[in-house]
Design a protein around this ligand. Sequence first.
Ligand SMILES: [Zn+2]
Length: 233
Amino acid sequence: MSPVWTVTGLLTGVLLSPVLRGQMFLHSVPNGEPWRTRCQSCDHRIRFIRWNARCSSCGIRIGPPPVTVELVTGAVLALLIWRVNDPLALAALVWIALVGVVLAFVDFSVHRLPDRLTLPAFAGAAVFFAAANLAHFAWALLGSLALSGLYLVLALANPAGMGLGDVKLALSLGLALGWFGWLAVVYGAASGFLLSGIFAAAMLLSGKLTRKDSIPHGPFMLLGTLAAITWLT
Ligand SMILES: [Zn+2]
């Protein structure tokens, strides 16, 4: 990877992270509860959170640990900038990645993938992909339908294991993978299941999880997609 791209990706990640952390804070609430807008400790209105993960008013720790969001976002953006040349396709993927980082942290924290994030992720990416190449976009759309169709079948077969949030996330991930062809859709889906399986096995073996617990699948779907795109481009 050229150092220029690495630095560009990392800097963009660090610059955008206060917004991403703000969105994570807003959306990290259990199903059925209103979105969070204020610090639980001092009632300060929270829109952005700096890298140190503290309320700017009272200093209490909030959200993911310091520097994690910055590093994850920076690394993902650096990878995408390195691998993808078409600027509009890159814009589509960066958009999914930014919303995806928020979704991954929210899913880890409260086991849900809100529509308020999964649906804009798909809509924004669709606009950029369609602008890049309409015929290619039509094929990508088939990938999107195939992947979300697969997750819909899994969610209906075992509602405890997979949720409709995963189905809606698969819309944008299938679109991103479909842009790179069918092989990418297959690799991306398979890597997602493989990574989540490895994580579940590790958690069970280390005793941090029992068989009754469920693990969030969204972060692994996102990671699998990134792996497939990095590998196949
Ligand atoms: Zn506060």
